[in-house]
Each structure stands twice: as structure tokens, then as C-alpha cells.
Design a protein around this ligand. Structure first.
Ligand SMILES: [Zn+2]
Length: 241
């Protein structure tokens, strides 16, 4: 588990080293990395997390719902998907769409970081709840954090941050998913039916992020290279899970 946490945290912080060149990265490269990351998340949702969330009925114990709400029991993870989608919609307002590899006008770095950190905390929660580390989710987080980190580095470079300060800010963002995972481990025990509900919520969060990236008509027009990148991402997911 510790290895996964270190990989995720350093996988973000290491991009501080890109500070001298980040402003010169071609737009197309950033878009390509973002599309690949978005498709990877979609693949993780479909091939890894959704099947996991569907195992709700196999979980141990009574329904986690109060008696009167028992009729919703069988669709709890799917209700959680909708909730996760709504949560990410709200977080997007804070983080100025930074999860999609670009920012809207008029954002503050504090608001952006707050939105990103809350998002990262949420998506890290199911990381260690099954048996061992969820490899698909772990790589999903690492890969889709790359364009977000590069974006943050670019913003901090514009504001004259030193590389060390930039690395510290990135590290703060990078430890959020491990913190979310530790929190979830503490909150719900292994084998609890809440594991699948929590996984469903993260599916909602990730579906929002990936679909916003992939359906972004202003930035991602149809192209065969995009289709190729998406197919490569799906295949990679199938390999790592
Ligand atoms: Zn994320």
C-alpha cells in the first residue's frame, strides 16, 4: 500500500522539475496527454470500478440503509454514482475545470487547489478497500494527474514561484488521494457493503471528469489520433487491472 501512496504523491511532485520548460510545451501535446488520461479513467470506470461496485449484493452484513429506504438497497452503488457526478460538478466550479487540463478565466490558485485537493481526496478513497491496491484506480490517478500537475506548474511559473515552493504545493495535492484512502480504511472495514457504495461514488466523480474531457467539443475535435489515443488507453487499462 505504501508503494502506491508514494507513487501517487511523487507522480505529482516530480512535475515541478518541468518548470523551466512547461510554458513551451506544445498545446497539442497537452491535449493528447489530457485525452489519454480521460480515456484511461473511462476505461477504469467500465472495466474495473463498475464491476466492483456491482458486487454490492455479495457484501457482508445487513443493508446499510434505514428500514424505510430498504427498497433502494439493490441500487445503492448506482445512486452513489449520481451523487459522485453531482459532487464533481460542484468541485468543478471551485477548480475552474483544471481537471480537464485547462482553466477558465478568473480563478484563484487557492480555490483551484481546494477543488483539486477535495477531488483527489474523494477519488483516493476506494484505493485500498478491496483485496490489496486497486491497480486500475492507482494508475488512473497517476496518469490523469500528469496534465493537472503540468497545468499547476505553468500557473505557478507565471506567478514566479520557486521550484521548491512549486514542489511543495504539488506534494500537498499529491498526498490527498493517499489521505483519502487512509481515511476510508479507517472509516469502513474490509468486507463492508459500504465499499461498493464508495466505489460507485468515485465512478460518478471519474465519469464526470472523463466525459467532460472527451466531450469537450471546443478543444477536442474528432481526429483519428484522438481515437487511437483512447483505444490505447482502454487497452492499457485492460492490461494493468
Ligand atoms: Zn482526479
Amino acid at each position: 500500500m505504501a508503494g502506491a501512496y508514494i507513487l501517487i504523491a511523487l507522480g505529482v511532485a516530480v512535475w515541478a522539475l518541468a518548470m523551466p520548460v512547461v510554458r513551451r510545451l506544445p498545446d497539442g501535446l497537452m491535449r493528447g496527454i489530457t485525452v489519454f488520461g480521460g480515456a484511461f479513467l473511462l476505461g477504469v470506470c467500465c472495466l474495473d470500478l463498475l464491476p466492483e461496485a456491482s458486487e454490492y449484493h455479495l457484501g457482508r452484513g445487513e443493508s446499510p440503509l434505514p428500514v424505510g429506504l430498504g427498497r433502494f438497497d439493490s441500487i445503492m452503488p448506482f445512486i452513489a454514482i449520481l451523487l459522485g457526478f453531482l459532487m464533481q460538478q460542484m468541485l468543478d466550479g471551485l477548480s475552474a475545470h483544471a481537471e480537464h487540463g485547462h482553466t477558465e478565466e478568473g480563478f484563484t490558485l487557492a480555490g483551484l487547489l481546494a477543488g483539486l485537493c477535495m477531488h483527489a481526496f474523494l477519488e483516493g478513497m476506494p484505493l485500498g478497500l478491496g483485496d490489496g491496491v486497486d491497480a486500475g484506480l492507482m494508475w488512473g490517478i497517476v496518469i490523469h494527474n500528469i496534465p493537472v500537475s503540468l497545468l499547476l506548474v505553468g500557473i505557478m511559473a507565471d506567478r514566479g514561484y520557486s521550484m521548491w515552493r512549486c514542489a511543495l504545493v504539488l506534494l500537498l495535492f499529491g498526498i490527498m488521494s493517499p489521505l483519502g484512502s487512509l481515511f476510508a480504511n479507517w472509516l469502513i472495514g474490509e468486507g463492508s457493503r459500504w465499499v461498493q457504495v464508495l466505489t460507485g461514488m468515485v465512478v460518478g466523480v471519474l465519469l464526470h471528469v472523463s466525459s467532460s474531457i472527451l466531450f469537450d467539443h471546443k478543444r477536442n475535435h474528432f481526429s483519428w489520433s484522438n481515437i487511437g489515443l483512447m483505444m490505447a488507453a482502454f487497452v492499457l487499462v485492460a492490461i494493468v487491472i
